[in-house]
Design a protein around this ligand. Sequence first.
Ligand code: DLZ
Length: 213
Amino acid sequence: MGTDNTIKGITPTAVKYDGSPLRIAIVHARWNSIVIDALVEGTLKKLREFGVKDSNIVIQSVPGSYELPLACSRMIAGSHVQATTNVSDLLTGLNFGGGSPFPQGSRTESPAPGGSASAPPSNAPFDAVIAIGVLIKGHTMHFEYICDSVSNALMRVQLDTGVPVIFGVLTVLEEEQALVRAGIGRGIDKGHNHGEDWGAAAVEMASHIRRWK
Ligand code: DLZ
């Protein structure tokens, strides 16, 4: 968290959730990619801390935040199976040459049809989907329309499907607000990476939903 005196933020739970049986999708926009990369990294870090296996994490990119709700909906419905890359594939370099899953400048694109020899990921249903986008206000009403439609649509996807859709969309008024919320602020206080909170929220909600079934 930042250094300012604030009451804001989530209280950690006393329960230690086990992410090892969970299958999680991360769907991220490619607009404002420096911030997106940091947020996806933070999300992955927290999922791994909870024990979610790389082979059970699937990452799909879409052009912008406006595309997130439909992509999340289709991922949950299972039509993603031939079109996505799981984190294990990224790490073993089958698609992106190894190293960090997000080397500088790389994107998590779907492989071209027939372009990857890797085995498709398991098609078990996702326990949670994390939608990540960064919307930065410009000089027109575009921002307001996209924020409104995307937030409402993501809520609708989770209520319609019963699968938690974590709201990882930053809606900020200026760039620095986005950087600080991704832990890469330009000042002395780099801020806090909200992706970590989204990873934790996904594991917690997925665990609740399994128990409530
Ligand atoms: C067009 C647009 C603009 C102006 N700004 C953003 C933004 O700040 N963040 C974001 O994720 N996407 C932006 N987009 C792209 C739209 O989300 C969408 O991809 C296009 O309008 C095509 O549907």
